[in-house]
Ligand binder design. Structure first.
Ligand code: ADP
Ligand code: MG
Length: 376
């Protein structure tokens, strides 16, 4: 009943969201739940979840998104619903971006990279691009395709090459056609998926090694994989089109001041979340009608992604959340960022009772800001 109501409310106010927002809840993990309190979030349907209201235990909060992936959702299902549909656009010279957002420990790397047994979005998308290109070449429409990759990290507002590691902060430029480029960034041509694997795995390890030395850097930097597909017309005028796919494992969205990352110098903790904070402002301005100026230039991440986020680009944000109470405030912040709508329902979270009439709460800008600063 309540879920149906949410759907109706949203239908009435629906606007074209230019960044699709999916939420993925990872399975409950006992070792993450110090007090053994169980889960504080649960699925209602494929678009909706409910979370206990910490202010009032007789209420739950229900949030709706473009898609909600519950804890049973497989890597394959996430890929099919959120990523596969955007891949064909890359072969037509359009740009796309996929982000994993959320607090450290909520499943961003699992979603993007996954494991040998449960490969995530990155290996599936790269394989998918190779398969699409092969199919196009078989159809032989008179275009030749080439695929290449770059892999970089934004750490502390510095752009660092992960394929040729050095401490050099690379510049971000815009050409006359408004394409964003990074002069000096390694771009490696790829002839097969195993070729990708060969270059990508050692580069990811570079990042992991660095993380142990630099106080869990991997949770404080954005890892950005770029797959570029260039297609060239075989006959004159030999037109050329470039499509870019960015696959991004974002820094943890937790508030570093509150989680007591004491080792971080003040300047750093500011910079860590500047890109994330700006990203959330960019996504908001793109998704809210009349959102005003899109503040791409306010951070390195959004500047880099300017031609692949919003406009004619295809973008998906997968917000990862964890069900344990330990994550409650981080989850709340992430949901306020990701939700299309939210409503308060008078119903205790644990006991199943008859749903009382509900109040729809409009998600105001102030509330979003408040949510982001960690104060629900
Ligand atoms: P993050 O990158 O956001 O810090 P991780 O991807 O490292 O989080 O996930 C934290 C832990 O939870 C890892 O051990 C990971 O394997 C596990 N995990 C995350 N999401 C899932 C999932 N959907 N299914 C099973 N295990 C998961
Ligand atoms: Mg991670």
């Amino acid at each position: 009943m309540a879920a149906q109501r949410v759907a109706e409310v949203v239908k009435g106010t629906k606007q074209t969201s230019r960044v699709r927002v999916a939420v993925r809840l990872r399975p409950y993990m006992h070792k993450q739940d110090e007090k053994g309190e169980g889960a504080c979030v649960r699925r209602l349907d494929t678009e909706t979840l409910e979370i206990i209201n910490w202010r009032n235990a007789t209420e739950t909060l229900q949030y709706q998104f473009d898609v909600f992936h519950s804890e049973e959702t497989t890597q394959q299902e996430v890929f099919l619903s959120s990523v596969k549909p955007i891949l064909p656009h890359i072969l037509k010279g359009q740009n796309a971006s996929v982000f994993a957002y959320g607090p450290t420990g909520a499943g961003k790397t699992h979603t993007m990279l996954g494991s040998q047994e449960q490969p995530g979005v990155i290996p599936r998308a790269v394989r998918g691009v190779f398969n699409l290109v092969k199919a196009k070449e078989r159809e032989d429409e008179g275009w030749d395709y080439s695929i290449g990759m770059s892999y970089l990290e934004i750490y502390n507002e510095k752009v660092l090459d992960l394929l040729s590691p050095s401490a050099q902060d690379l510049p971000i430029r815009e050409d006359k056609d408004r394409n964003i480029l990074i002069p000096g960034l390694t771009h490696t041509p790829l002839s097969s998926f195993s070729d990708f694997h060969f270059h990508f795995i050692p580069a990811s390890l570079n990042r992991t090694t660095a993380s142990t030395k630099l106080n869990q850097r991997s949770s404080r930097s954005h890892a950005i994989l770029l797959i570029k597909v260039v297609r060239t017309q075989r006959n004159p005028p030999h037109r050329q089109q470039t499509g870019k796919l960015y696959l991004v494992d974002l820094a943890g969205s937790e508030d570093n001041r509150r989680t007591g990352n004491k080792g971080i110098r003040l300047k750093e903790s500011g910079a860590i979340n500047l890109s994330l904070f700006t990203l959330s402002k960019v996504v908001d301005s793109l998704n809210v009608a009349g959102g005003g100026r899109v503040p791409y230039r306010d951070s390195k991440l959004t500047r880099l992604l300017q031609d692949s986020l919003g406009g004619s680009a295809h973008s998906v944000m997968i917000t990862n959340i964890a069900p344990e109470y330990t994550y409650y405030f981080e989850t709340f912040t992430a949901l306020n960022f990701a939700a299309k709508s939210k409503q308060i329902v008078n119903k205790p979270f644990v006991r199943e009772t008859v749903t009382m009439p509900s109040v729809q709460v409009k998600r105001s800008r102030e509330e979003q800001e408040a949510g982001r600063s960690g104060e629900p």
